[in-house]
Design a protein around this ligand. Structure first.
Ligand code: ZN
Ligand code: ZN
Length: 91
């Protein structure tokens, strides 16, 4: 597994992470007691900084958000194009 960079962990919501000399990145979260399990940084359950992958692609989005901005825009375009049923009431 590739070594995590500070950017990686910050993208995962670990906003208190630091790059330590010789030790590499240590993960830290302002909202929970983040820990590293087998090299994978983890938030505590229910942490508001928790991230997960978008339902349509592998972009990381905050917990409680289903889609990244790109996918959301795409869905919105489909919707505008009449992709979804029951959109129009007139005949
Ligand atoms: Zn956290
Ligand atoms: Zn997406």
């Amino acid at each position: 597994m590739a070594k995590l960079t500070l950017d990686d962990v910050e993208n995962l919501g670990f906003d208190n992470s630091r790059l330590m000399p010789f030790k590499g990145v240590t993960v830290g979260c302002s909202q929970c007691q983040a820990v590293c399990v087998n090299g994978t940084p983890c938030h505590e359950t229910g942490c508001p900084n928790e991230r997960h992958e978008c339902f349509e692609c592998d972009t990381l989005v905050p917990k409680g958000v289903r889609l990244c901005d790109d996918c959301f825009d795409e869905l919105q375009r489909d919707y505008d194009a009449g992709f979804l049923p029951d959109d129009e009431d007139d005949f």
